[in-house]
Write a protein that binds this ligand. Structure first.
Ligand code: FAD
Length: 468
């Protein structure tokens, strides 16, 4: 099964009692980069975080602007990092979403804050800023500084070339290690559609969706079925003429009007499109549409990374990577935080970062390069045996808690709390069943009580962070 290699048997005993302090570059100051920086510093490393944006928070920094190319394929388009839309509320309850030892609790008495369990994007940004402030991370973030090149240097070190805003100075520095935390929700992934080059209508990727206004009175075909597709289709349906959701995960004969709407339909995937504006679904039915809105996900993209093709991205599989983190031939000096998806992201970033930090200091040992490569091969062949396509390599849904718990065990820290697992699963299950109300009608008060009980265990710098 995919769990191949998630046992302890590979792991060597720690190599040394002398903890090494490394000079580490972290690329990106989103949730992953912030917690990576904290864990690295806790372990005694010297850390600099590079962030090309003008504030920390990554994808949670809402930007009302969109890119110059609405489907995001033009290489010279103006780039906007965040894919947040104005109305976005989290798809996980805050208790399950937050870092394990810095609970994401509601802050009372501040009108700027959103106390709901599934808050708006701004609240997540404020939580991340609180986190960075609490652990002194803000001071080590170089804002408006883009890493343009990461290249091997002598002695197993890395050259990091960065450029400050306005095309200013390019700086070359040498680091012992680089931790890539640059996110993977910026580079749109588009499906191949027969006839699309002759189709005259508008096309936009959800990366460039902010508000429903441009869809007023339009006939829209929205492709996708993940959380954003569910949210956006309903938001648009309030003002569009018609919204047709096309999903490749539905049977060919699907053609259903959605309950509670008289202008929202669910279909199978599109078979092809035509010059006259029509789009034909797999069941042979068709609509004439004004706009195609792609909610079809994103691609991994590391334009700054030069590894002599040791690390490649092939059909959205970054590899070869041991446990989605270390390229065996470049471990442990190069690592990635945040690649796996279909998992509670923030706590996973925390476990991955603890592991990386412990390995860099020699407190935790990695297997040999050969053993790691064997594990990677075994992992890929288990995916193949199960018929899992390459672009799902980093979808860890089938073993999500196993992955986190394996990492936690390597670090010698507690794994996922039982209440967190149950809350996460309940949120995922409720979403398709109650797409309009799942955020506000949860029946999990017993889990919330358990979460808050656990939160009392966590204090930061001696100060309780729980708002009881
Ligand atoms: P990012 O937040 O993308 O941060 C990466 C950072 O790297 C950015 O600040 C970027 O500017 C910087 N960067 C990139 N390249 C460079 C470079 N060359 N030099 C310098 N800096 C660079 N997760 C949840 O837990 N709950 C949710 O409800 C949820 N909803 C989501 C909704 C949407 C629409 C999207 C897109 C994602 C959602 N997620 C959600 C997932 C979310 O992406 C993760 O939770 C997490 O915030 C990702 O953090 P990150 O640090 O990996 O990446």
């Amino acid at each position: 099964m995919i769990m191949s290699g998630y046992s302890n048997s590979f792991f060597h005993k720690p190599q040394s009692h002398h903890l090494a302090s490394r000079h580490v570059a972290v690329i990106g100051a989103g949730a992953a980069g912030l917690v990576a920086a904290r864990e690295l510093r806790r372990e005694g490393h010297k850390v600099i975080v590079f962030e090309r944006g003008d504030q920390l928070g990554g994808t949670w920094v809402y930007n009302p602007n969109v890119e110059s190319d609405p489907i995001g394929v033009h290489p010279n388009r103006t780039l906007v990092h965040s894919s947040m839309y104005e109305s976005l509320r989290t798809n996980l309850p805050r208790e399950a979403m937050g870092f394990r030892d810095y609970p994401f609790v509601a802050k009372k008495g501040d009108e700027e804050r959103d106390p709901r369990r599934f808050p708006v994007h701004r609240e997540v940004l404020m939580y991340l800023k609180d986190f960075a402030g609490e652990f002194g991370i803000s001071e080590i973030v170089r804002l408006e500084t883009e890493v343009v090149l990461v290249d091997a240097a002598a002695g197993g070190k890395w050259k990091v070339k960065s450029r400050s805003k306005g095309g200013g100075d390019v700086e070359d520095e040498i680091y012992d290690a680089v931790v890539v935390c640059s996110g993977h929700h910026t580079e749109p992934r588009l499906p191949q559609i027969q006839g699309i080059n002759t189709w005259k209508g508008k096309q936009i990727h959800s990366h460039n969706y902010r508000t429903p206004a441009p869809f007023q009175n339009q006939v829209v075909v929205l492709i996708g079925s993940a959380t954003s597709a569910i949210d956006i289709s309903r938001e648009i349906a309030r003002i569009a003429k018609e919204v047709h959701i096309a999903s490749r995960s539905l049977p060919d004969e699907t053609n259903e009007k959605q309950p509670g709407y008289d202008n929202l339909w669910l279909h199978s995937m599109i078979k092809g499109v035509h010059e006259d504006g029509s789009l034909v679904f797999r069941d042979g039915s068709f609509v004439v549409a004004d706009i195609i809105l792609y909610c079809t996900g994103y691609k991994y993209h590391f334009p700054f990374l030069k590894t002599n093709d040791i690390v490649t991205v092939d059909d959205n599989c970054v590899g070869p990577l041991y446990k989605h983190i270390f390229p065996p031939a470049l471990a442990p000096s190069l690592s990635f935080v945040g690649l796996p998806w279909m998992i509670a992201p923030f706590p996973m970033f925390e476990f991955q970062s603890k592991w990386i930090a412990g390995i860099l200091s020699n407190r935790i040992a990695l297997p040999s390069q050969e053993e790691m490569m064997e594990d990677v091969k075994a992992f890929h062949s288990s995916l193949e045996t199960l018929g899992i396509r390459k672009h799902y390599t980093h979808n860890v849904f089938g073993y999500k808690f196993g992955y986190d718990e394996w990492l936690a065990a390597q670090c010698g820290c507690p794994g996922f709390e039982e209440w967190r697992k149950q809350m996460y699963i309940a949120a995922l299950e409720n979403l398709p069943k109650q797409p309009e109300t799942y955020r506000d009608e949860l029946e999990d008060h017993h889990l919330v009580l358990q979460a808050h009980q656990d939160f009392t265990n966590y204090t930061v710098n001696g100060v309780g962070v729980v708002d009881k």
